[in-house]
Ligand binder design. Structure first.
Ligand code: G3I
Length: 315
């Protein structure tokens, strides 16, 4: 059997997956995780609601499990995430300006310091923009602190871990348009003013047939700002039950995204948002869609597997 991780290594790219440590009890999940991937991102257990459920009370146990698993199986850890308007405990949402700024800085500092030296990168801020390029209005950080919270979070993370890569991560960023233009302008401004930022994550939650034709061009323009880029949360959802035709188109999409990453020198790798169609966030948010990953619900490799092998092999 081919190994995506081995092919990725030969091509100089990380092949990652979003891990739910509870699933390691599935023998097949554990086998595929061990042989096919060389990087993990915590799907949920490094989010604020898990790591600081009450003000100043930190719970790093589940995240530590992920880090220990990664170290035992020789995988990198990509940190997801420090500041996000979702997966946020209620106490954070009722703070006034000074208290929220203090809470955010404490959270970033404490979490980044806890895993210092053990994660290669952090999504410091996740999803700060709306699709029209404005700052998203449904974020408590945006509402209470204004635009400056993003910069504050990056500076605080840098002070807590001078060596880790600091990333901005978002969805619908894969093509050139109002949202990616706005993020591009922010990254350019940060680089010009010396605000520490090292990388941009393009999540890659795509509908089948949805790989944008300008993906490479878009990744390249960010890379030209002096940051690394990475596909951080790839999945390709199809109408369910999945037809053979859609699974073939999905395979083409997976191949196209991996190929794009190989084409861009500063693209560090691709992370898929899970392993198997058995466990995915997609059906809970898109009721008639799903089956977005590389292995099916019975852990059989789908056409996407061969397409990724081919894309990586070509590198
Ligand atoms: O663990 C609790 C369980 O104890 C409880 O009984 C149950 C009842 O709702 O909820 C469980 O928590 C859920 C958690 O997933 C673990 O399954 C949360 O409700 C649910 O909201 C959470 O969804 C996650 C979502 O982020 C929100 O944090 C998804 O698994 C996860 O795949 C998704 O990932 C996000 C990325 O972080 C950022 N980009 C988009 C991506 C997809 O939405």
């Amino acid at each position: 059997e081919q190994s995506l991780a081995a092919l990725g290594k030969a091509a100089g790219r990380d092949v990652g997956f979003a891990i739910d440590p509870v699933r390691l009890g599935d023998q097949e999940y554990a086998r595929i995780a061990a042989t096919q991937y060389d990087l993990v991102a915590a799907e949920n257990v490094m989010k604020w609601e898990t790591t600081e459920p009450d003000d100043g009370r930190f719970e790093f146990g589940p995240g530590d499990d992920v880090v220990r698993y990664a170290e035992a199986t020789d995988k990198k850890v990509y940190g997801h995430n420090l500041v996000w308007h979702e997966a946020l405990p209620a106490w954070v949402k009722s703070l006034d300006e000074d208290a929220l700024r203090t809470a955010m800085e404490d959270h970033v500092r404490t979490q980044a310091a806890h895993w210092r030296g053990r994660v290669i990168a952090w999504d410091v801020v996740n999803e700060a923009f709306d699709d029209d390029g404005s700052r998203r209005g449904d974020s408590v950080f945006q509402q209470v602190l204004g635009d400056g919270y993003v910069e504050d979070a990056f500076r605080t993370a840098r002070a807590a871990d001078p060596d880790v890569d600091l990333c901005y991560n978002d969805y619908n960023l894969e093509w050139i348009g109002p949202k990616s233009d706005a993020v591009y302008a922010m990254v350019a401004d940060f680089r010009a003013r010396g605000v520490p930022i090292d990388c941009v994550g393009f999540q890659g939650h795509l509908p089948v047939g949805g790989v944008p034709g300008d993906l490479v061009e878009n990744l390249e323009r960010f890379a030209a700002l002096g940051v690394d880029v990475r596909i951080t949360e790839l999945d390709v959802r199809v109408p369910t039950p999945a037809s053979d035709g859609d699974l073939r188109r999905q395979a083409d999409d997976f191949g196209a995204v991996f190929s794009a990453c190989l084409e861009v020198e500063r693209c560090r790798g691709v992370t898929t948002w899970g392993i198997t169609d058995r466990y995915s966030w997609v059906p809970s948010v898109f009721p008639d869609e799903g089956a977005p990953l590389i292995w099916d619900a019975a852990y059989r490799p789908k056409p996407a597997f061969d397409a990724v092998v081919e894309a990586l092999g070509a590198g």
